[in-house]
Design a binder for this molecule. Structure first.
Ligand SMILES: NC(=O)c1ccc[n+]([C@@H]2O[C@H](COP(=O)([O-])OP(=O)(O)OC[C@H]3O[C@@H](n4cnc5c(N)ncnc54)[C@H](O)[C@@H]3O)[C@@H](O)[C@H]2O)c1
Length: 437
């Protein structure tokens, strides 16, 4: 059993550093302020509303997660951000158009006070964007030093005790790990040499990890999913989580697909398409950024269906994912899924799903949970990949020798068992024979 006393209490302020002050970040920050003021409820957040069952089903012990493990309180959160645009958080939230003008008006003072620091940005990695609020420096190492200086200044100015950084910036172009990412020494050389295989997101991540700050990646970019970053995280005791928040269509996919597989229903095709009109949609309209997203969205079914174990059911699955930029919808994404499945004796059936969701409304509580859990992980002495946070991601980071776990329900069980483990409680296996002895 874990030694419970080893978790350091969540005393003092927790600074949440957001790279990118767009739809997700502003909806998250405004939401936290709204909840603090009692204007709204933190719906969708496991850390704020979820419970965890302890002991037997007959024990009647199901505390709130936030009462069970020592998490930072919403009142102790302070926010800082970088963006390529100069708009403060209030203006950026208005541009994002997710939260209504009435509520934003009530939060104007808090939100206007959050002004983004100049960004590390290069159009080579996000082709559809350009903005004026940028850092300059002779090498990527110099830029990383500037990010570290922002962090240190923020920490001091706000008397912050601990920090977490979350990449909520735009999706960068597709990239696979290469020589520059193979070790920390190679990566630092690449920083000094302005190697093109170091995109902006890695400069921020490097700065955070050098400071010993936990880092989460809300987008599908490679960023911290490399040997170099794992080496640095181990050296500085920093927990990592990623990649790509599991919201909208992929969330539904990882709810439905495990159910079909559990009943051994075959699937011959899964066609997913979306229309999306926010800035994220505009960035994803570029084929190179879309490729990063597509890889992330497509991987889930392979792992859930396990075609190698069930070739007659899933071997020929045709999985297509499309995202179409359609400005009139703004952040209100619409997703359609058509699933061609087959049952007993091979008889075909179809399932249609039409999800009219709000992308950032689904993403904001995840940013909150991931930030609070990463801070908990660090106080519990855990560093490197936090696989128990797979629950929140489309492409969960995982140890090289295991495949990622995509089934939402296994992910939830893993998360709650990790919390039980951290508190020295018995893990729940759902065997349940003891009720029938
Ligand atoms: N909304 C969701 O449900 C969801 C789900 C999964 C992943 N994501 C990912 O999260 C990210 C944010 O989504 P969003 O809807 O807020 O997008 P957005 O376009 O509204 O916001 C992204 C912000 O990042 C800024 N930015 C880009 N590069 C930057 C850099 N190098 N440094 C600082 N700022 C930078 C942009 O200027 C923009 O303001 C995207 O990568 C998106 O794909 C979103």
């Amino acid at each position: 059993m874990n030694d419970v006393s080893k978790i350091t209490p969540a005393q003092g302020k927790l600074g949440i550093l957001l790279v990118g002050l767009g739809a997700v970040s502003t909806t998250f920050i405004a939401g936290v302020h709204a909840v603090r003021r009692g204007l709204a409820a933190p719906i969708g957040s496991l850390t704020q509303m979820g419970t965890v069952r302890l002991g037997k089903r007959t024990d009647d012990r199901s505390p709130l997660i936030k009462d069970f493990v020592p998490l930072a309180s919403l009142d102790d959160l302070v926010f800082g951000a970088w963006d390529i645009f100069e708009d403060d958080c209030y203006e950026a939230a208005r541009t994002a158009g997710v939260i209504g003008a009435d509520m934003l008006g009530q939060l104007k003072d808090e939100l206007s006070a959050i002004k983004p620091w100049p960004a590390v940005f290069d159009r080579r990695y996000v082709k559809r964007l350009d903005g004026p609020n940028l850092k300059e420096g002779p090498t990527k190492r110099h830029l990383a030093e500037q990010v570290r200086a922002d962090i240190q200044q923020f920490k001091q100015a706000n008397s912050v005790d601990r920090l977490v950084m979350v990449w909520c910036g735009s999706t960068e172009v597709f990239m696979t790990a290469g020589d520059a990412h193979a070790s920390l020494a190679a990566f630092e050389r690449a920083l000094d040499e302005n190697d093109p295989s170091v995109p902006s997101s890695m400069v921020y991540a490097y700065a955070a990890l050098k400071e010993g700050i936990p880092f989460a990646n809300a987008a599908p970019n490679l960023t911290v999913d490399t040997s170099a970053m794992l080496e640095l995280a181990a050296e500085t005791g920093s927990p990592l989580a990623g990649k790509d928040l599991k919201t909208g269509q992929t969330l539904i996919k990882t709810i439905v697909a495990p159910g079909l597989k559990a009943r051994l229903l075959g699937v011959s095709g899964w066609y997913s398409t979306n229309i999306l009109g926010n800035r994220d949609g505009e960035v994803l309209d570029d084929p190179e950024s879309f490729k990063t997203k597509e890889e992330s969205k497509k991987s889930v079914l392979d792992y859930i269906f396990q075609p190698k174990l069930y070739p007659s059911l899933y071997d020929d699955l045709c999985h297509v994912v499309r995202i179409n930029y359609y400005p009139p919808r703004g952040d209100n994404k619409e997703g359609w899924d058509n699933v061609d499945l087959f049952g007993w004796l091979g008889y075909p059936m179809q399932l249609k799903i039409n999800f009219l969701c709000r992308d950032s409304v689904l993403a904001a509580p995840i940013v909150l949970d991931v930030a609070l859990f990463l801070d908990l992980a660090q106080r519990a002495g855990m560093s490197g990949t936090q696989e128990w946070l797979s629950f929140y991601f489309k492409s969960p980071m995982h140890a090289p020798e295991v495949y990622p776990e995509h089934d939402l329900f296994i992910q939830l069980m893993k998360l709650k068992n990790t919390l039980r483990y951290l508190r020295g409680e018995e893990l729940i296996t759902h065997l349940g024979l003891e009720y029938y002895d």
